[in-house]
Design a binder for this molecule. Sequence first.
Ligand code: NAD
Ligand code: IPM
Ligand code: MN
Length: 368
Amino acid sequence: MSTASLLILAGDGIGPEVMAEVRKIIDWYGAKRDLAFDVSEDLVGGAAYDVHGVPLADETMAKAQAVDAVLLGAVGGPKYDTLDFSLKPERGLLRLRKEMDLFANLRPAQCFDALADFSSLKKDIVAGLDIMIVRELTSGVYFGEPRGIHKEGNERVGINTQRYTESEIARVARSAFELAKKRGNKVCSMEKANVMESGILWRDVVTEIHAAEYADVELSHMYADAGAMQLVRAPKQFDVIVTDNLFGDLLSDAAAMLTGSLGMLPSASLGLPMENGRPKALYEPVHGSAPDIAGQGKANPCACILSFAMALRYSFDQGAEADRLEAAVNQVLAQGIRTADLMQAGDTAPASTSQMGDAVIAALDASL
Ligand code: NAD
Ligand code: IPM
Ligand code: MN
């Protein structure tokens, strides 16, 4: 593999803490597997605001467009809560997603064997769980116009618009069908076609793409509220779920708890292929900056480490190395080495963020 370029945007709160562990893993791949990455670092979110007065500088945006993949930690925090909406840390992340056109957000929820009895659901409901939520990421109510807060007579009105074009639905549907073909060959599409016109169009377009291009994949449809219920009632019925931006945000946080902790859930945000054939890509944990535990060495780095595993798989065609890294995480958990979010009554002292990272490195060494 020619040297691949990575831009690290560690961000705020626990972002830099979990990213420090990913740096160890990247260095390990360079030293032990001859997978060299050309790594650069920059600022996003509150960290960028503190230096540049904006949550994402134009130069950083340009760098993100130019690299093979971006790794992001997390953004946000109470220090920035009172900022003007356009300057909030979260706007930096949304700008990256929109301008890189990262329309397909892959959020896998896998229950690692060692954590099967840690989920808030019964063990037999989650053991062996392996589902993939494909969330549309660059449109819908997050970006639709008109939007804003206006005065109407004596009172203020808050407006956001759910808007989807056919082509936006079609391209994320294709991503979901393509993924399903490599997995369990099933797609469940979720919307609210019973109350929303955008949901009716969503269902129509997914059905058309399916009939024309993917008739050999099993397709079902669910209203997103019923889908949320099914996700916690019997999650193993699903293989790939495809849904819009807002429903996907909610459903993937719920799916995180099936796996035991938000600290376990990685994600990949993919766009169109670049000239070198790689998709535009940003990898980030599903969790946020966790202000309640930031700076204490308590954060679980697994979601961020597993996001790097997704980068190996989806950007760098290193599926076997991604498998190796995921197996190393599973092994560490099986050894009982766990951060505080994965502690149960009677457990001994939790591992710190860096102890967890070191344990993954040791498991990687043992895999050679
Ligand atoms: P959060 O995900 O930061 O935290 C929710 C809960 O999960 C907290 O109790 C936290 O301690 C715990 N948690 C999260 N990640 C963990 C980890 N790796 N290890 C152990 N425990 C972990 O969500 P929130 O509190 O709603 O949001 C805090 C800030 O993060 C907000 O500003 C929000 O906008 C932002 N946020 C950013 C992203 C992102 O950068 N992609 C995602 C979600 C939220
Ligand atoms: C996520 C987050 C983001 C979202 C925020 C921080 C903009 O919750 O990545 O899930 O709502 O998409
Ligand atoms: Mn979210």
